[in-house]
Design a protein around this ligand. Structure first.
Ligand SMILES: *Cc1c(COP(=O)(O)O)cnc(C)c1O
Length: 352
């Protein structure tokens, strides 16, 4: 119920309609006379929620046959480990483009051999490496489509000779993606899909069952698939709230419309950053993210003045991540263009 221009990097802004429908579900879920917070996950009403959420994701993203959709707990950070548990036999190949990608590398190393095929750590993750080679003897190649903290985004994906796995936490549903290029996609919902608490995993079944290790139950994708994503109690309310957001995305025009809106927001903000001498972008122009725009003031002495001005304009959440500094405007699906206009207006006028 944001009265502010909410540029939070995550958990992030949701459409008002999704928030209202979630409140209604807390009061009276699907006409049951009970709150969504107090019903069984095995009841037919909630099973219908899970199935509708799966079907809507499949429809919005164009997920082909052969893929399963899971709603798990533990955040994207648990996927760093779970991917390796299920896929790493000889070697995992990783593209290291930021803090989250580095964490994925770190967790995979608990289970086996990791090769970093390229890294942009040398320049504080300010670009996306190109011209790297994915080793054909790797079990999989792992990449991060959008680097939330630094504000860089893969504009295209390589033709991987091995199974491609992607952390799409912060740009899923914001642009068209050819799902068939990937063996596995995962996303913590709290950036662009819903509230915190649920992680979406889209996995092609035929990549599973190929490692020799024993996989503990909660780490085992095949078991979660077999139990129709209800091996244990799923995050009931986050799934419900996520579905309200998915319905909104579908209603307003799907991923195609989200992509148009993302481009409009990003173009407006980046053109201000590029034309206003008081600001400078932090990321190589061709690798800039449409979701998270990172920038700095060219004159640090203006910081207090700028901070006071955006706060006075009702803008929230543009302080940069503690490991990157500067400013970061996160512009997820539900952020109206008017919020970016408000920010650009402050950037133009605060030093007059
Ligand atoms: C936020 C984020 C994560 C971490 O997600 P959790 O759900 O907090 O574990 C991982 N990857 C990316 C790209 C993120 O933006």
């Amino acid at each position: 119920m944001s009265q502010l221009h909410n540029f939070s990097a995550g958990p992030s802004i949701l459409p008002q309609e999704a928030i209202d429908a979630s409140i209604e579900g807390i009061k009276n879920f699907a006409g049951t006379g009970l709150s969504i917070l107090e019903v069984s996950h095995r009841g037919k009403e909630f099973i219908a929620v899970v199935e509708e959420a799966q079907a809507t994701i499949k429809e919005l993203m164009g997920v082909p046959e052969g893929y399963e959709i899971l709603f798990l707990g533990g955040g994207a950070s648990t996927q760093f480990l779970m991917v390796a548990y299920n896929l790493l036999e000889k070697k995992g190949a990783y593209l290291k483009t930021g803090v989250w990608a580095a964490n994925a590398v770190k967790e995979a190393k608990y289970l086996g051999n990791v090769e970093v095929v390229a890294s942009s750590e040398d320049k504080n993750y300010s670009y996306i490496p190109k011209n790297y080679t994915i080793p054909t003897d790797a079990d999989y190649f792992h990449c991060t489509s959008n680097n939330t903290i630094y504000g860089s985004q893969m504009q295209s994906f390589p033709d991987s000779p091995v199974t491609m796995v992607c952390d799409m936490s912060s740009d899923i549903l914001s642009r068209k993606v050819d799902v068939s290029k990937f063996g596995l996609i995962y996303a913590g919902a709290q950036k662009n899909m819903g509230p915190a608490g649920v992680t979406v995993v889209i996995v092609r079944k035929d990549i599973l069952g190929k490692v020799s290790r024993q996989i503990p139950s909660m780490m085992n994708y095949a078991l979660h698939i077999e139990k129709e994503t209800m091996f244990n109690t799923p995050p009931v309310f986050p799934i419900f709230a996520m579905l309200q957001n998915l319905k909104w995305v579908k209603k307003v025009g799907g991923v195609e419309e989200m992509q148009k809106r993302a481009a409009a927001r990003a173009n407006l903000l980046y053109s201000e950053i590029d034309s206003n001498p008081l600001f400078q972008g932090s990321i190589a122009t061709e690798d800039r993210s449409q979701m998270n725009a990172c920038f700095v003031l060219t004159d640090a002495s203006l910081e207090d003045k700028f901070n006071a001005a955006w706060k006075a304009a009702g803008i929230s959440g543009i302080k940069g991540h503690r490991s990157a500094g500067g400013y970061r405007a996160s512009m997820y699906n539900a952020l109206p263009l008017e919020s970016v206009e408000a920010l650009v207006n402050v950037m133009r006028t605060f030093n007059n």
